[in-house]
Structure formats: structure tokens, C-alpha cells
Design a protein around this ligand. Sequence first.
Ligand SMILES: *Cc1c(COP(=O)(O)O)cnc(C)c1O
Length: 236
Amino acid sequence: MAGNLAAVRERIRAACAAVGRDPAEVTLVAVTKTYPASDVALLAEFGVRDVGENRDQEAAAKAQELAGLDIRWHFIGQLQRNKCRSVARYATVVQSVDSVRLALALDRATRAAIESAERVNPIEVLVQVSLDGDIARGGAKPFDPDSDTGLAAVLKAVSDAESLQLKGLMAVAPLDRPARDAFAQLRRIALDVCVGYPTATILSAGMSDDLEDAVASGATHLRVGSALLGARRYLG
Ligand SMILES: *Cc1c(COP(=O)(O)O)cnc(C)c1O
């Protein structure tokens, strides 16, 4: 793992150098889904404190097991409203808010968690943006301003929510066109969003296979799994 981590850090350094960015602007979020809590603990020893998970059940168990470590848990998967109360117990960041209804549910759940002293701070939220037409993969729609999943409506709902802090945008590169085109589109959307929401400065984009393209398009957070931990094995 130390070798993989060094290799990923070197890729980030080189990608930043290629476009004149400071690597200190880029946060590595280690995506540890399907890997055991012991791997998260090892990553923390190597200084990786930002960890991404995409399933509540798995994330909640790991967060509980590693409660003594100083880890920032990022929820990055599609989130069902009935899981918000659980996620609000451990998540520092939710990167995948993509509807008004989900924003309202997460706000309520976070307020309840704060009131029962299960957490202190608001949840930091990234609004997930859809860069393709594939609704099944999630993401708010940039060109559909009025519906429950329109980007403008979701941004406003998060921004207005008492227990949520709007921090920026997240996206997954679509399968139907080159990642660099999609990330360039994301960058234009992010610049627009920053006009209305100047504190929404995080841009979470880029995974193991496309992190260089994401860095070139201004990503501040990279979500890297397999390049750190090897190919995932999905059991059952
Ligand atoms: C699994 C996952 C990643 C990490 O993907 P790798 O290709 O393993 O780096 C990043 N983002 C999301 C939303 C994921 O579900």
C-alpha cells in the first residue's frame, strides 16, 4: 500500500506540475469501499485522513470500529433518505446530494444528530452534478433548473438548510465521452456556481483512471480507490 500511495501522490504531483498547480490544493480521498477497516487504519498511519465510502452499512461499521482515529468520512454513494439518520452520525462530508428531497432529509437527520449530541458540526455537502443523461447514475441536472433534481434548486436547498454547509460540487465522469471533456464541462458549471455561492469552492472529480484530467480541470478533491488498494472484489 505504501508503494501505491507513493505512486498516486507522484501522479498528483506530476498532473499539478503539468498545469502549474500547487499539489497542496488537491486533497486525496481514499475510497475504501469493500476493503476492511484495517486498511483504513493503515492509510491513516500514512497520513491519509479523508476516506470515501459508498454504502451506509459498511461505512457505519468501519466508522464505529475506527472511532478513535481522526478520520474525515466522505459519503460518496447514492444515498437513500432513510439512511440519512445513520450517515449523519459519522459523515463529515456527503458528496452525493442530488435532489431537494434528499437535501431536506439530510438536513433534518443532521439536526436530529446534533440535538442528540451524536455530532457537533453541520454536514459539509457537495452537490453531485450529472454530466450525462443517465439518471440511474445520479446527479443533479445542470439544465433542469426547476425540478427536484435540478442543479439550481438543489444548490439553493443545501445553501438554505440550517444543518448543511454547501462546500462545492462532485461529479463522476460519464461512460459515453472522454473524461477530459466532461470535466471541462464540470469546470464551467463550477465557475458559474461560484458566482452565486462563493464559498462552494470544492470540486470533487477524478478517480484512479482519470485523476490527471480532473487535476487539469481544477479538481480540488480526487476520489481514488483501486490505484491505492488494488482491484475490488465484490462479494455477494
Ligand atoms: C468507487 C468510487 C470511486 C473510486 O473509484 P476507483 O476507480 O477505484 O478509483 C470514486 N468515486 C465514486 C463515486 C466511487 O463510487
